[in-house]
Design a protein around this ligand. Structure first.
Ligand code: C5P
Length: 401
């Protein structure tokens, strides 16, 4: 269940920190990739050496590395994670998280994180029962965080009561159950085209475009995380495959992409055409390098197959098809006409006017237009978050939630 999941485990200054080593091991055994972020007080209870030996990664604690002064980016860390788990969480850390007191690496990471957050409190019974702790936990719940209630039993103080951190195995079960509940595309096969295409002129030259593939790769990641069998048909990009379960087919030209898509789509539940496919290819490929001379050069270009439109023609009842539009004028009108022409169920319109939208960058700003005339506008978001909105639309198209 946790295969390929990136989990930040935040450890704070509680005696229950000794259980964090077991918890780390249990998460890794289930296939998770774990990054430890520990507070200065946490290090008094468990040594970073134990933890880094288990994760195979340096433990992050300070804003700057003591060795070489490198700055540890809490923003990058926060964005990297699929889930942030704070176990054990002391009353102090809970109070700081509830009130945004960002005086250590863990709290800044928490404030930067976009991923779901799980908090496993650990403290003495009276501290746990104190109205301020309860109020802070209530605040954290209201922010959408998940609290893993502590268990009742003998505490480190030898008192009996509620406050001991939930057992690591139970915590792992909770996290597995959480990810399982988000498997809304389990059993679905989704084809995604991504990146540019290169149309060869001669052995060293091609016609291409600036598409980075980031949007399509983000879509592939989100679909895979939600349990889909993803076939990612990728044009020439330098991106790593974003999820272990993805079947990636690397292609170069529009024609190769067309053939791969036409083969994959008939057995799929849906396809998202995200690739920036070249509209034309040189009519003739020269097998030797073209020589420079003083004359003007005319290249004859022939139109490529419109992959999306061809998939639209073979779309069966119950299958979904979505595509993108990048328009410079009459944006909405052109996008809606394109959706109808290509038989899409919905179309994602990339805004060209807004900062933070379009090719190459890490953010995008889109609106989604549907066949029934509905549309939804979204603010500038990371490509991963945009992908999540698009996959929500796809899931609804497939009859899910
Ligand atoms: O017609 P236009 O290129 O603007 O359409 C964009 C949409 O069509 C995108 O979803 C793109 O992936 C898809 N497309 C395609 N094959 C082409 C051209 C565009 O799949 N040859």
């Amino acid at each position: 269940m946790l295969k390929g999941k990136k989990i930040i485990l935040g450890i704070t200054g509680s005696i229950a920190a000794y259980k964090a080593a077991y918890l780390t091991r249990a998460l890794i055994k289930k296939g998770a990739e774990v990054q430890i972020v520990i507070t200065p007080a946490g290090k008094e209870f468990i040594t970073p050496v134990t933890l880094s030996a288990l994760t195979g990664k340096p433990v992050v604690s300070e804003f700057f590395s003591a060795n070489d002064g490198t700055w540890h980016s809490h923003v990058d860390l926060g964005l990297w994670a699929d889930l942030l788990l704070i176990a054990p969480a002391t009353a102090s850390t809970i109070g700081k998280m509830a009130n945004g007191i960002a005086d250590n690496m863990l709290i800044t990471t928490y404030l930067s994180a976009k991923a779901p957050v799980f908090i496993a409190p650990a403290m003495d019974l009276d501290m746990f029962a104190h109205p301020s702790t309860q109020h802070n936990l209530e605040l954290l719940r209201s922010y959408g965080n998940h609290i893993i209630e502590p268990a009742t039993g003998e505490l480190a103080s030898h008192l009996e009561g509620k406050g001991r951190m939930e057992e690591p195995d139970r915590i792992v079960e909770r996290i597995e159950a959480f990810f399982a509940s988000r498997q809304s595309l389990r059993g679905r096969k989704i084809v995604i085209t991504a990146g540019p295409t290169y149309e060869k002129i001669d052995p060293v030259r091609f016609i291409g475009n600036y598409s980075s593939g980031k949007m399509g790769f983000s879509l592939a990641r989100v679909c895979a995380e939600r349990g889909a069998d993803v076939v990612l048909i990728a044009g020439p990009v330098t991106l790593p495959t974003p999820h272990a379960s993805i079947k990636r087919i690397d292609v170069e030209s529009a024609d190769e992409m067309y053939r791969a898509a036409m083969e994959a789509y008939p057995t799929a539940d849906a396809a998202i055409c995200c690739a920036a496919v070249a509209d034309y290819a040189p009519a003739e490929y020269r097998s030797t390098k073209m020589k420079r001379n003083a004359d003007d050069l005319t290249l004859v270009l022939r139109p490529n197959k419109d992959i999306a439109a061809e998939l639209g023609k073979i779309k069966r009842a119950g299958q979904c098809l979505a595509g993108f539009a990048l328009e410079t004028d009459h944006e909405a009108e052109n996008a809606v006409a394109k959706m109808q022409r290509k038989n899409f169920d919905f179309i994602v319109l990339n805004s060209l006017r807004d900062a933070g939208a379009g090719f190459r960058g890490d953010t995008n700003k889109v609106s989604i237009w549907y066949r029934d005339g509905r549309s939804a506008d979204y603010p500038v978001k990371s490509k991963l978050e945009v992908a999540s909105d698009i996959v929500d639309a796809l899931t609804a198209c497939l009859g899910g939630e």
